[in-house]
Design a protein around this ligand. Sequence first.
Ligand SMILES: Cc1cc2nc3c(=O)[nH]c(=O)nc-3n(C[C@H](O)[C@H](O)[C@H](O)COP(=O)(O)OP(=O)(O)OC[C@H]3O[C@@H](n4cnc5c(N)ncnc54)[C@H](O)[C@@H]3O)c2cc1C
Length: 386
Amino acid sequence: MSDSVETYPEIREAVAKLCARFPGSYWRALDRDMAYPGAFVDALTEAGWLSVLIPEDYGGAGLPLSAAAAVLEEMQRAGCNGGACHAQMYTMGTLLRHGSDEQKRRYLPEIAAGRLRLQAFGVTEPGSGTDTAALKTTARREGDHFIVNGQKIWTSRAEHSDLMLLLARTTPMAEGMKRTAGLSVLLVDMRAARGNGLTIRPIRTMMNHATTEVFFDNLRVPAENLIGEEGRGFRYILSGMNAERILIAAECVGDAKWFLDKAVGYARERVVFGRPIGQNQGVQFPLAKAYANMRAAELMVREAIRLYESGANPGAEANMAKMLAADAAFEAANACIQTHGGFGFAEEYDIERKFRETRLYQVAPISTNLILSYLAEHVLGLPRSY
Ligand SMILES: Cc1cc2nc3c(=O)[nH]c(=O)nc-3n(C[C@H](O)[C@H](O)[C@H](O)COP(=O)(O)OP(=O)(O)OC[C@H]3O[C@@H](n4cnc5c(N)ncnc54)[C@H](O)[C@@H]3O)c2cc1C
């Protein structure tokens, strides 16, 4: 390998084989009912694909980020939707890096074995949006517990997760205090919490994503569930962002490949005016352009992974990978619909469903504008805009 990033052909083949058991008809049925792909997530868990990043000592495969990226890219390339379960890969990293030995021993083997799901990540709030430091949810220490009050929004998979990684304010903001100080990460056991101070309400969205809003009303969380040190939670969440961006970018590359395969196959076969539509440059060029952009994004994902795995902190590359890959996926999605003409809109072709699913990644987990602001400020040295 010239760039020293492992591509894991054997993992890709195995994931593709598993995904073949979950064809478009499976996803279409779930999409209609906005139902969770439980059988798909169970199959991935049983095969060990969701725990590739968990160290072997805790029952996982102990593989590097490139392996997780290969798993997620392949899932999307096969037409499946990793949005149902991808979070466990990166939320687990916060516990792994900052949790105590006792917490890791208690939770990681259970997560690796599939007996516990850590799929929910409660950061975003309706009042603060991208401005995470302005969040209002509080966790007040009272003896052996934190008492949590507030609200989160877009807490995806909360109804299908046992545990939630929650970011809350443990020290009230005071004058002169750094905005990002005083926030802490708690591991909330939602099995015990539901109906006892935790309420989860699903939000219907344009794609099937099992996202919710979550309300905390004097929820008691044992103090032993604090991850790392009190007040350093913002830093802990930030430390997982590169991995999150890179993994989502890998998914987007997988999406782009799925759309391109579909579009090219159709362009070769569909005959109009006595010739395949793919013989027309007007049909070829958008696909060729989308392909070039997908390849460029793929290279940036690999570069971000290479730096990440060498121990660097590739904030710029991880952000660029996420933005370029999300753009490439959406460009390929658009070209794919156009290539299919009217059939692109028919449910049975899966294109409109994947089109809706991949659109999300221009907004979540971080919107394109915020990535551009990051690059402008931290790479180009321009004044901070907000
Ligand atoms: C389906 C779905 C699933 C999600 N899952 C999760 C989850 O599991 N956990 C979680 O914590 N969050 C989750 N999110 C939240 C997601 O991370 C946020 O929606 C996203 O970060 C954008 O925040 P916001 O919606 O509050 O937009 P806002 O912050 O309100 O921004 C609105 C628009 O304004 C732009 N904007 C804001 N500030 C600036 C600025 N300074 N300069 C330029 N443009 C700006 C943004 O780019 C955006 O386009 C999810 C969201 C969705 C839709």
